[in-house]
Design a protein around this ligand. Structure first.
Ligand SMILES: Cc1ncc(COP(=O)(O)O)c(C=O)c1O
Length: 446
């Protein structure tokens, strides 16, 4: 397997706001994962994330609809990577871009939007929806010139733009990868990848769709067997914080080759700091969650099969600007236990346990994997407490619980974690189609 390199970009690429990115084999990550890990370096996009592809493509298509020579003003309401992509794309096309973001948007991201060359950054409203409404009803109507509104992820043209990443990967490899890893917020990236695979008639790669616990809108929908809106986003990986994935994402995820995987923020953070150490690259949590799979046996668990030395695994290193060296240091301190637990495995006599709901038939199931218990605690907080003297392995939880005696309620409460071999992993192939339910929840801001 070799990676084909293109030293000269196709002529038409010069007009695109995004760039063709390298696909590089990472020897450090390959060593850690026990197979061949290739990184598709979307962190090198001008805006710092793959978002430039979808948003850039979307703007190009809208420009085609306007009279020749129009110079529209671009508007976006994302304080995250989509907003940055809109500003960068506009700039690359010689246009101006205004972004309205909620007041909760971090000073870091506001500064980055300004530094990227935003015409204006307006902070308005508590949540993304308020900022978006203000943008559409107050700001855009006042613009003297034609306008283009950029949605963050939910538009077929955005998916078409994102699909270019998979077309590039296919052109850069000699043969299809065995595994493709990408993260899911609203699902625009995964839609693009699946769309491209369909175009390429590439049906063999397993797709691992990664989310963080507390932003697992796809995983929750798959468990519910219908599109649902998460009541709250609790993950720190705010770029993945979409309360509801697109209908197309939900459908793609039900294919037999797609597996939905959820990891806690702590492990996403570990992915970020280890990528920084191993490959000298800084990415945000939304991206680190993919990298985390390379370490400590997670890939095997996610795939549900042993990892082979010659497996070719491509990680779409989606990037993201919501990261600084201080944040990396903070995560490393806060979540140090992710690595400490491994160092201590087998040597420690204190542990953590998952305690059943009072009155349930589940056994008390000790577990020393603190990362697991923390994730369970987040999902089912009243059931997870520290225990001492009863260290056990995650596998023990699965074998010691009394499946037959579970009540329906117990099953519902514990199934998302324990029904699968490993934490948060579910294979999606056998779920039937279902109608989308009317939702009034708020979509997150990617
Ligand atoms: C860095 C990064 N990765 C992944 C995602 C998820 O993308 P999507 O919403 O298309 O699923 C986002 C969304 O903003 C992002 O910024």
């Amino acid at each position: 397997m070799t990676v084909k390199e293109y030293h000269t970009a196709p002529a038409e690429e010069k007009k695109n706001p995004w760039v063709q990115t390298p696909l590089r084999e990472s020897y450090a990550l390959s060593e850690a994962a026990g197979c061949r890990i290739f990184l598709k370096l979307e962190n090198l996009q001008p805006s710092g994330s793959f978002k430039t592809r979808g948003i850039g493509y979307y703007i190009l298509r809208r420009l085609e609809e306007l009279p020749l020579g129009s110079r529209p003003h671009i508007f976006a309401s994302s304080g995250g990577n989509a907003g940055l992509a809109a500003v960068h794309s506009a700039r690359a096309l010689g246009l101006q871009c205004t972004v309205v973001v909620p007041t909760a948007t971090s000073a870091l991201m506001v500064a980055k939007l300004r530094a990227a060359g935003a015409h204006d950054v307006i902070q308005h409203g508590a949540a993304w929806k308020d900022a978006d409404t203000y943008l559409r009803t107050e700001v855009m109507p006042r613009a003297p010139q034609p306008t283009i509104y950029c949605p963050p992820f939910d538009h077929p043209d955005i998916w078409a733009g994102n699909s270019t990443v998979m077309h590039e990967i296919a052109a850069q490899l000699d043969s299809p990868p065995d595994v493709l890893i990408c993260s899911v917020g609203g699902g625009g990236l995964m839609n693009g990848i699946c769309q491209a695979m369909d175009d390429l008639k590439m049906y063999t790669p397993t797709i691992l769709a990664l989310e963080t616990a507390g932003a697992e809108s796809l995983n929750a929908a798959l468990h519910a067997r219908e599109l649902i809106t998460l009541p709250k986003i609790t993950s720190q990986a705010t770029s993945l914080g979409c309360a509801k994935v697109t209908e197309a994402t939900f459908k793609y995820a039900q294919r037999a080759n797609v597996r939905s995987v959820v990891l806690p923020d702590a492990e996403a953070a570990m992915g970020c700091w280890r990528l920084a150490d191993d490959e000298r690259m800084m990415v945000e949590l939304a991206c680190g969650v993919n990298v985390a799979l390379c370490y400590d046996g997670r890939l095997e668990k996610a795939l549900g099969r042993p990892v082979r030395r010659d497996d070719v695994v491509v990680i779409v290193l989606c990037g993201g600007s919501n990261v600084t060296s201080d944040m990396l240091c903070g995560w490393r301190k806060e979540y140090a236990y992710v690595e400490e637990e491994l160092d201590m495995q087998g040597k420690r006599d204190s542990g953590y346990g998952i305690v059943p709901k009072p009155g349930s038939h589940l056994q008390e199931t000790p577990c020393k994997d603190q990362a697991v218990v923390q994730a369970v605690a987040r999902a089912h907080h009243e059931f997870a407490v520290p225990l001492c003297e009863h260290a056990a392995r995650l596998e023990d939880i699965c074998v010691t619980r009394e499946r037959e005696q579970e009540s329906e309620t117990d099953r519902r409460l514990v199934a998302p974690v324990f029904d699968e071999e490993l934490l948060g992993v579910r294979e999606c192939g056998e779920i039937g189609q279902s109608e989308e339910r009317e939702q009034d929840g708020e979509e997150g801001c990617c």
